[in-house]
Design a protein around this ligand. Structure first.
Ligand SMILES: [Zn+2]
Ligand SMILES: [Zn+2]
Length: 581
């Protein structure tokens, strides 16, 4: 709840600053026709019509004018006026006139206005009481936007602005943003050759380059081992399934807009799968189940395809085909709490290992005033309490988001904070009463009668694409040793030591340490700089002294160089890999 409240506070803060921006703009350019200035995730943007194209110099002037106006510490004064009065007040501004008429059509008979100093605008609020709280402001960039976001309408100029209570807060924000830009997975991918989007393949369909593929293989290997010890079985299912499958599952009824057009094979229609669940269910149905078999836990690195608008595609974060670390747990009602606890234990293990220790859970519950949900209230309450009990048992901070549940059951979203304090949603855990019903799943209980199991859908990472994108940014591309595509680079001081270099290389490879030998005829400095740029965790330099003694000069990515016997380095590296340090 706290974060939500904070977001609302910042919305109010930024929106109040927007009034100051509009006041400054109007003061400097009396002919401007201001449109709207809504708060966004970071600050606000303001759209307006002006016969002159705003440039960087103008931004500086507007910023200076805003600071001047802020010194007046104006109160935000609200006043309602009639539609007629409003139309007269804003008659020179076609955007305001349109908005007033829209409000009139919606049945409003009065218009709320706010004044800060001598500047007046129509607005329903809410605002800060006074502009005195705004201590620092910065104009960020100029762009363009269509009125009401419709490209048939007039194109307006748009300016992005951020503001804070103090200069210190603003400075910190700028610093974090700079770091975030440097850490952007799209930028780092160019330097480190991580993934590519080929126009010949298509937008939103990334190709994993060898370096990132190795990271993914390590991540998968870790997840497989952690799940085996937790009683999961792994299955592999096809990428397409028949129309009948998705009709039974309800995806064609409820999820069609996210699915791609069907493929015709012989006389039948097939769909790319948007989810793995219906396939896992087929395996559950393969044989009769007894209560002694439950919980059945099926896991798959399952690739799914979902429609995303082309404008929303972004690097690895928003794609059209992705692989989930997807599992389905078929259990009895009595097993729900225990299974949730186990899922959260797994999530904690994964996040701790990835050094994403700061995470919380958002529990999506049903909206008591809606009737879109299936299943009895008592069952919902039981499932919601099961989730709450489990997070409390595991001491995970959580918030409840009423009305955020899926129509088929409550859920728990996992929100993680990265090294730059940005929060991301990664995995989801959902209770489902719907699919067991649709597919008529059952098991024979200890009473000898048929009962319906409950399904838990669970993806701890969410998708490999998105999660790996987050991890790239979290580590700034400097992966810990166990994940690093190339763990060790061996650099020879000159040609004379190529033999010894090869010997070191073979020893590392024999120990399953991913190494590369750089015995090119380049300077030592050049070769070291290249390895550093590629963020290789360890560089081993070998020359005359090392060859003679059987040592290596170890240069970690951070810290000082240290000479040690090759065998000692191997042991040290293997321990670091095993500990996932
Ligand atoms: Zn306002
Ligand atoms: Zn599922």
């Amino acid at each position: 709840m706290a974060d939500n409240k904070k977001a609302q506070e910042m919305d109010k803060f930024w929106h109040t600053t927007a009034h100051v921006f509009a006041a400054a703009l109007t003061d400097l350019f009396p002919k401007v026709k201001i449109a709207i200035g809504p708060p966004i995730e970071q600050g606000f943007h303001y759209d307006f019509e002006l016969d002159k194209n705003i440039d960087e110099k103008d931004l500086a002037k507007i910023e200076a004018k805003m600071k001047e106006i802020l010194k007046q510490k104006d109160k935000m004064v609200q006043k309602d006026v009639s539609i007629k009065e409003a139309l007269a007040l804003f008659k020179d501004n076609p955007y305001k006139v349109e908005m007033i008429k829209d409000l009139e059509k919606e049945g409003e008979n009065k218009i709320s206005t706010y004044a800060n100093g001598k500047f007046l605008d129509m607005c329903k609020g809410p605002h800060l009481e006074s502009t005195a709280e705004i201590g620092a402001v910065k104009l960020l960039k100029i762009s363009a936007a269509y009125w009401k976001g419709n490209e048939k309408n007039k194109q307006l100029q748009r300016v992005y602005v951020i503001s804070f209570r103090t200069q210190k807060e603003l400075d910190d924000w700028i610093e974090t943003r700079k770091k975030a830009e440097e850490n952007s997975h799209i930028k780092l991918s160019r330097d480190l050759d991580l993934f590519m989007i080929s126009n010949s393949v298509g937008q939103g369909l990334p190709i994993w380059c060898p370096n990132l593929t190795m990271v993914r293989i390590q991540l998968q290997d870790f997840l497989v081992k952690e799940q085996i010890r937790r009683g999961y079985s792994f299955i592999i299912t096809p990428h397409i399934g028949s129309k009948q499958l998705f009709t039974t599952s309800g995806h064609l009824e409820h999820y069609k807009e996210m699915m791609y057009a069907p493929l015709k094979i012989d006389e039948d229609e097939y769909y790319l799968k948007p989810m793995n669940c219906p396939f896992h269910i087929q395996y559950y149905l393969k044989e009769p189940r007894s209560y002694r078999d439950l919980p059945v836990k099926l896991s798959e690195m399952g690739t799914v395809y979902r429609y995303e608008k082309s404008g929303e595609l972004s690097g690895l974060f928003r794609v059209r085909g992705f692989t989930q670390d997807d599992a389905h747990i078929f259990c009895t009602e009595d097993q729900l709490v225990e299974e949730f606890v186990k899922v959260f234990e797994f999530v904690i293990k994964v996040m701790n290992t990835m050094k994403l220790k700061n995470f919380r859970v958002r529990i999506g519950t049903k909206d008591p005033n809606s009737n879109k949900y299936i299943g009895a209230d008592s069952v919902w309450e039981k499932a919601t309490n099961a989730i709450k009990d489990a997070v409390k048992q595991k001491n995970i901070p959580f918030e409840v988001a009423q009305g955020e549940a899926a129509f088929y059951g409550p859920k728990a979203d996992i929100l993680v904070k990265d090294s730059l304090d940005r929060e991301w949603q990664t995995g989801t855990i959902q209770v489902d009463y719907n699919l067991p019903e649709r597919f008529q799943l059952d098991y024979i209980g200890s009473d000898g009668l048929k009962h319906r199991p409950i399904m838990i859908h669970r993806a701890a990472l969410g998708s490999f694409e998105r999660f790996t994108g987050i991890v790239i940014e979290h580590f700034g591309g400097a992966f810990p040793l166990w994940l690093a595509p190339e763990q060790v680079r061996i650099i020879t001081i000159s040609d004379n030591f190529a033999d010894y270099g090869r010997q070191v290389f073979e020893t590392l490879m024999d120990n399953e340490i991913r190494a590369k030998l750089d015995d090119r005829n380049e300077t030592l400095g050049y070769k070291i700089r290249e390895a550093q740029k590629q963020k290789v965790p360890y560089v081993l330099v070998v020359g005359a002294k090392e060859k003679e003694t059987g040592n290596v000069a170890v240069r970690p990515r951070q810290g000082a160089q240290e000479v040690m016997p090759l065998q000692k380095f191997v042991e040290k590296a293997l321990k670091e890999i095993k500990d996932k340090a």
